[in-house]
Design a protein around this ligand. Structure first.
Ligand code: SF4
Length: 235
């Protein structure tokens, strides 16, 4: 089923949720951060743990708000933290609105964007933000094309790119290596993470790939939020 997209506007955000937690994945894992989760995605990953942002069949699908910048800013600045993680869904579908937000946030703000690597964002976003790029592998079972070499090349040349691969097993791992080599992704910025929505499955999938990671020089990291909270939302 194709994802249905509500109208995305340049001057408003389709906010699914805002919460304060710690970064659960990637290069800044464990750091306190404010999460701004936006609605809508251009992919339909089988194991997606945020289906409520794009799947109209999900019971919580319609629980989002259209929020203007003047309302959003005080909600973000009210937290005792200056690290913002914009996630989704696919946040780069909201590039114009994110640019306006970046113009309002001071330099003390560190802004990370979680993206699936199929959209280029904009020059401002690529220069200002830490991009956590997560290209999707075969186990995600998307019908749409998930690997776009020209887009990955643009994102690789951004200020602070990290590539996070969610790996379910050896087939995914082989596909990941292929993408890294064909798209010339920087080896020192590759983070491999086991797929799973509970701690037991994470450990099982990590054990399937740990020996391969040891041979590769990539980095294997857990998914801290899944270990702490399973698939609970807003934590
Ligand atoms: S790209 Fe991310 S948000 Fe979109 S369907 Fe896949 S896992 Fe879910």
């Amino acid at each position: 089923m194709a994802a249905i997209r509500p109208h995305v506007r340049a001057d408003r955000f389709l906010v699914n949720e805002i919460f304060y937690s710690v970064q659960g994945e990637g290069a800044s894992i464990g750091l306190p951060a404010i999460f701004l989760r936006l609605q809508v995605c251009n992919l339909t990953c089988q194991w997606c743990d945020t289906r409520y942002t794009w799947d109209p069949l999900h019971p919580d699908y319609s629980h989002y708000q259209s929020v203007g910048l003047e309302e959003l800013l005080p909600r973000l600045t009210g937290y005792p933290c200056r690290r913002l993680i914009i996630t989704g869904g696919e946040p780069l579908l909201h590039t114009a609105a994110i640019e306006k937000l970046l113009e309002q946030l001071g330099n003390e703000w560190v802004v990370e964007i979680e993206t699936n690597g199929t959209l280029p964002g904009s020059a401002l976003i690529r220069e200002r933000c830490q991009l956590n790029i997560s290209p999707k592998l075969p186990s995600a079972r998307n019908r749409a094309k998930t690997i776009k070499p020209a887009v990955l090349n643009l994102l690789t040349n951004s200020r602070d790119p990290w590539f996070k691969f969610v790996v379910s097993g050896r087939e995914d791992y082989a596909a990941m290596v292929n993408i890294i080599e064909q798209c010339h992704l920087p080896k020192e910025r590759i983070i491999v993470m086991p797929e799973g929505q509970d701690a037991g499955t994470l450990a099982e999938h990590a054990l399937e790939i740990v020996e391969l990671v040891k041979e590769s020089g990539y980095r294997l990291l857990p998914r801290l939020h899944v270990m702490l909270y399973g698939n609970r939302r807003g934590v």
